[in-house]
Design a protein around this ligand. Structure first.
Ligand code: KG4
Ligand code: ZN
Length: 343
């Protein structure tokens, strides 16, 4: 049994967790920064980095105390090394390096996307490779064939905005506040999907996602002053769900045999998204696996778990490993126009 200290700081959540290789989460602490970013309607990188500096050390101390362990009991330190807002990533990675060095423990530089990709195996001990993963967050919208630890094949990505980004921008246009995803979901529950909105790339032979045109259509629908905000929100959410399902069906046709359909990332917290994917999985005779909501959004338990999986595979990193603002999980995947511009 290995005990891993996981650190996360790639966007606007500062987090520390202690996770064991036999799937016990001994502690997980998280400090969000919503209040600091709310006046700007989005994450301000400089404010985020400063908040990580202030919060990370106390969170690590609290997590160690919660778990009743010290750094000496830890087998390795796993820190997010990218992709993400580089200032924040550096805070977490440098902290991880310092702790690993001081305690004489190995460092594991975790790709944040690998944290999301493997997190369903933390909550579900029966989830075996290979599985098809829909990773839908604020920075990413990808379909990945997860073949094993450190073995990922990207089947699709977004050519412009990520799904969570579209939720956030829609919330801003509709005046629903920040963070946008949960606000749009609440408004959508009060409305009806009666506003005609496009489904970009639905039915397209190319595998990818696109949400920029949908966002522009939301702006036009709002400017028309014909529709209630709740109806626009419901129609937007329905369009996103349609696109996610259409592209996932296509990827299932490409993926070969998989053990399950899995969803992860912040947008996986959306009930309409989860319900539609669950229906799709059962229509294909597949298991549907979605981590609990708190494990879908950014957290350090998923980084600790990815660290545990890498540690078991003998994958550790030198102390001079670099922080990477961009870091594709599948380096062999062909570059797509517009994609990967955001963290
Ligand atoms: O994975 P995550 O916490 O951070 C990134 O790595 O991006 O995802 C955050 C994203 C945000 O865009 C947020 O609006 C979206 O996930 N999100 C949701 C919901 N909860 C969070 N989107 C739709 N419905 C939700 N309930
Ligand atoms: Zn994330």
């Amino acid at each position: 049994m290995a005990l891993i200290l996981g650190l996360e700081s790639s966007c606007d959540e500062t987090a520390a967790a202690l996770v064991t290789s036999d799937r016990r989460i001994l502690a997980h602490r998280l400090a969000g920064q919503e209040a600091a970013h709310r006046p700007y309607g989005g994450v301000v990188p400089e404010i985020a980095a400063r908040a990580h500096v202030e919060m990370l050390s106390p969170l690590i101390a609290a997590a160690l105390a919660d778990a009743g362990v010290t750094l000496a009991d830890v087998d390795a330190v796993a820190a997010t090394a990218g992709p993400g807002l580089i200032g924040g990533v550096m805070v977490g990675l440098v902290t991880g390096k310092a702790l690993a060095h001081a305690a004489g423990k190995p460092l594991i530089a975790v790709n944040h996307l690998e944290g999301h990709a493997l997190s369903p195996r933390l909550s579900d001990p029966d989830l075996e490779f290979p599985y098809l993963l829909l990773l839908v967050s604020g920075g990413h919208c990808q379909l990945l064939l997860v073949e094993g630890v450190a073995r990922y094949r990207r089947l699709a990505t977004t050519i412009d905005d990520a799904a969570g980004e579209a939720f956030d921008k829609t919330a801003k246009v509709l005046g629903l506040g920040f963070p946008g995803g949960p606000a749009v979901e609440v408004a959508a529950a009060l409305g009806h999907a009666i506003v005609p909105l496009p489904r970009p790339l639905k039915g397209s032979p190319e595998p990818h996602f696109s949400f920029a045109g949908l966002k522009s259509a939301v702006v036009r629908a709002h400017d028309a002053k014909t529709w209630a905000v709740e109806d626009i929100a419901a129609s937007f959410q329905a369009a996103v769900v349609d696109c996610l399902i259409d592209r996932t069906v296509r990827a299932l046709g490409q993926a070969g045999k998989v053990t399950a359909l899995v969803v992860a990332g912040g947008v996986a917290a959306n009930t309409a998204v989860r319900t539609a994917l669950s229906g799709l999985a059962s229509a294909h005779g597949l298991r549907f696996v979605a981590p609990p909501l708190w494990l879908c959004t950014d957290n350090a338990a998923m980084i600790g778990w990815a660290g545990a999986e890498r540690f078991a595979a003998g994958l550790t990193d030198p102390l001079d490993v670099a922080a990477r603002p961009r870091w594709p999980l599948d380096p062999g995947a062909e570059a797509v126009r517009g994609a990967g511009v955001k963290a």
